[in-house]
Design a protein around this ligand. Structure first.
Ligand SMILES: CC(C)(COP(=O)(O)OP(=O)(O)OC[C@H]1O[C@@H](n2cnc3c(N)ncnc32)[C@H](O)[C@@H]1OP(=O)(O)O)[C@@H](O)C(=O)NCCC(=O)NCCS
Length: 148
């Protein structure tokens, strides 16, 4: 198993985040400008991950809402998938949210995205609700939560 590193990104990583997000999500990308706003949005933190800081292969973006934390997006480039990086990034978010004294972490996941749902379930998230027609293409989302 790879020894993944996860680190906090800064505004200088905006282009890197935008290209990783486009690679990970393809046609369902937020788009470069939107994803770059993560660096100026209040209480939002971007984590990057990879074998070393010179070559990030995945990202996670979360928001500190006080007693709650929200995972906004997470992705790993296709060639690096299935090797634990998604899990390492999600653990990084959970740790950071615990450090920020959040009591609960929640997220929305596409109801058809079984891969992501499996990642979240493995980390202990459970379904707590649904949001009908949540996505721009009309897809439903499942809300999942984890008590920290
Ligand atoms: C979801 C995603 C981030 C997972 O990253 P990853 O690095 O491949 O995941 P990991 O290797 O850490 O896998 C962790 C767990 O996730 C689940 N998982 C990962 N890939 C899976 C697959 N192809 N099928 C089913 N479950 C899978 C498993 O439970 C796995 O644990 P296991 O290896 O013990 O079985 C990655 O597939 C991705 O970037 N997908 C496209 C973007 C996306 O859908 N993001 C989430 C929506 S916001």
């Amino acid at each position: 198993m790879n020894a993944w590193r996860v680190w906090t990104a800064g505004p200088a990583d905006a282009e890197t985040l935008a290209s990783l997000e486009a690679l990970a999500f393809g046609g369902r990308s937020w788009g470069g400008d939107s994803v770059k706003e993560s660096f100026v949005a209040p209480r939002v933190t971007v984590l990057l991950g990879g074998e070393n800081v010179r070559e990030p292969l995945g990202f996670a973006v979360w928001r500190d809402l006080g007693s709650e934390a929200e995972l906004l997006t997470i992705g790993v480039v296709a060639p690096a998938r299935g090797k634990g990086l998604g899990e390492a990034l999600l653990s990084g978010v959970i740790r950071a949210a615990q450090d920020a004294r959040a009591e609960r972490c929640f997220l929305e996941v596409d109801a058809l995205n079984e891969t992501a749902a499996a990642l979240y379930k493995k980390a202990g998230f459970t379904p707590v609700g649904e949001r009908r027609r949540y996505y721009a293409d009309g897809g439903d989302a499942v809300v999942m939560a984890l008590d920290l």
